[in-house]
Design a protein around this ligand. Structure first.
Ligand code: NI
Ligand code: MN
Length: 227
């Protein structure tokens, strides 16, 4: 059983096999995450998909607060080192890394990746996180891609976190198809409703996923789930 606490946008606090993981920390600048007490967030591991501000805005501060190991691409961990934070694990696509008894495999994502100052932040990625009983795919920001079928070949997913907000990533139609591609029968939606470009119709999203036999969960910011 895994615990999920939604911190808004693509930021989740996960607890798998007792290990605490935060994805793509973007809380303080998120106007929709005003109800989250930042100082209460703990983490053993922080996973970062790419360098855009809506995924790393709170990375340095949260890393310092938690002392977590930061798992990301080489360019982002190198940048982090220059900010004075060295407890990180550089990775690249196709590689896997075991940490705290969990396995992290870095997957492809179709997107871009630059730091807020415009400099190169490596290539965007997703991660499959494998625990004893849970296997979760955190897709990061991505378009729909046939590469997701490789995830289905290799893993038996218990859950996928997929972007559904359209415009910068997949919209609901493509994301529902992505769920079928990667073999997830249960999906937590992310990267929607945070700002104007990515507002979605919740009922339409639920129906589109339902039509593909996929359960879509749309927790409110601050909600806690046990799955
Ligand atoms: Ni992005
Ligand atoms: Mn984004």
């Amino acid at each position: 059983m895994a615990k999920i606490w939604y911190l808004g946008h693509s930021c989740f606090h996960l607890e798998i096999d007792g290990i605490q993981i935060v994805t793509d920390p973007f809380i303080k600048p998120n106007p929709k995450a005003g109800n989250i007490d930042f100082t209460s967030i703990k983490a053993d591991i922080i996973v970062v998909s790419h360098g855009h501000g809506d995924h790393i805005a709170d990375l340095v501060e949260l890393a310092n607060q938690t002392g977590a190991e930061v798992i990301s691409n080489y360019e982002i961990t190198t940048w982090l080192e220059k900010q004075g934070y060295a407890k990180s694990r550089p990775m690249n696509h196709g590689g896997a890394h075991e940490s705290h008894g969990l396995r992290f495999k870095m997957t492809n994502a179709i997107h871009s990746s630059s730091f807020p100052d415009g400099s190169f932040a490596g290539n965007p990625a997703g991660f499959v996180i494998q625990g004893k009983n849970d296997c979760m795919y955190f897709a990061g920001d991505t378009a729909l891609t046939y590469d997701m079928k490789l995830i289905n070949e290799e893993f038996d997913l218990s859950l996928a976190f997929l972007p559904i907000g359209d415009n910068f990533t997949m919209g609901i139609e493509d994301a529902a198809k992505a769920a079928n591609f990667c073999g997830a029968s249960r999906v937590v939606g992310m990267h929607y409703d945070t700002f104007g470009f990515i507002e979605i119709d919740h009922n339409e999203a639920l129906n589109k996923f339902n039509a593909r036999d996929v359960e879509l969960l749309l927790p409110a910011v601050g909600d806690k789930l046990e799955l």
